[in-house]
Design a protein around this ligand. Structure first.
Ligand code: G
Ligand code: G
Ligand code: NA
Length: 255
């Protein structure tokens, strides 16, 4: 397809450029970290969203190479920030099932962190529930355990939308639950969504996980989430995904 063709070009020409969206403590406004989101630079059209190469994420080999390019770029940015004395907090990179099914993925990431001088506690891996399904669940478990032993936390993305099995939370070393944007968007107007958000927050706190609300766009949503006991948010109300240079400028550390 043309998406796959485009993805191959992105990989060959290393056009990947991570954007960073802040995760914020809604009580204090403090930035706790960032999610790195894939963007790529089209030579003429400028910055492109992942949707333009979405098919590549379902294509094992291409998904692996895109993650690797993201990892390289993110660790390069983080190493630069740390050298400048700017601590970005915990930065999350998305990994797919194809990544976790490679036997050496976790060791590879841990070695890269080491090479870049980025402490494991400054890093997080974000996965969706889909990685727990299908064949290879044993390998995924080994990868997540390896990350856990290496000090890298695991965040579970889009929680509540997929094939959620609560047993996954018990079985795997998950540290962070991210409440899907689809529930957060209507938390202040839809009783069903508010009930789901409330349930996920309670679930996360019983498992001693950090709970992050995704897609917080308004002060009303933020207030409601705080009432329900969730104090960490990622969303346009607190910050859009932004290039590395803007992250620095926003934190007042620009040279
Ligand atoms: O970045 P948004 O701005 O458009 O992202 C759209 C979707 O693409 C989200 O579901 C997000 O999780 C996914 N995504 C963004 N960056 C990456 C990445 O580096 N790797 C993978 N596998 N998915 C990503
Ligand atoms: O699935 P994942 O959580 O990785 O997806 C993040 C996606 O959500 C990205 O496409 C990002 O640009 C988008 N996003 C982040 N914050 C908001 C928000 O407040 N509102 C909307 N509509 N999208 C958001
Ligand atoms: Na994500």
């Amino acid at each position: 397809s043309s998406m796959i063709h485009m993805a191959r070009q992105v990989i060959a020409e290393r056009l990947v450029e991570p954007y960073y969206q802040p995760k914020v403590d809604m009580r204090s406004g403090q930035v706790l970290g960032y999610e790195a989101l894939l963007r790529w630079q089209h030579p003429r059209l400028g910055v492109q969203a992942p949707a333009t190469i979405a098919a590549a994420f379902e294509h094992g080999e291409l998904a692996i190479r895109l993650t690797d390019l993201m990892l390289d770029a993110v660790l390069h940015d983080m190493a630069t920030w740390l050298r400048m004395g700017f601590d970005p907090g915990r930065v999350a990179v998305n990994a797919s099932a194809a990544d976790l099914l490679q036997a050496d993925f976790a060791d590879h990431v841990l070695a890269r962190l080491d090479q870049h001088g980025v402490p494991a506690q400054n890093f997080e891996i974000e996965v969706t529930e889909s990685v727990f399904l299908g064949r290879g669940a044993d390998q995924v478990a080994r990868a997540l355990d390896r990350f856990a032993r290496g000090g890298v936390r695991i965040a579970l993305d889009d929680f509540g939308t997929g094939f959620a099995s609560l047993s996954h939370l018990k079985q795997y070393p998950v540290n962070v639950l991210k409440i899907d944007r689809s529930f957060v968007s209507h938390v202040d107007s839809d009783a069903g969504d508010a009930a789901i958000v409330d349930a996920v927050i309670k679930l996360g706190s019983s498992f001693r996980m950090e709970v992050v609300a995704e897609g917080v766009e308004t002060a009303e949503q933020a207030a409601l989430l705080l009432q329900h006991g969730c104090h960490i948010a990622q969303g346009y109300h607190y910050g859009r995904p932004q290039p590395a240079a803007s992250v620095l400028a926003a934190r007042g550390a620009a040279p």
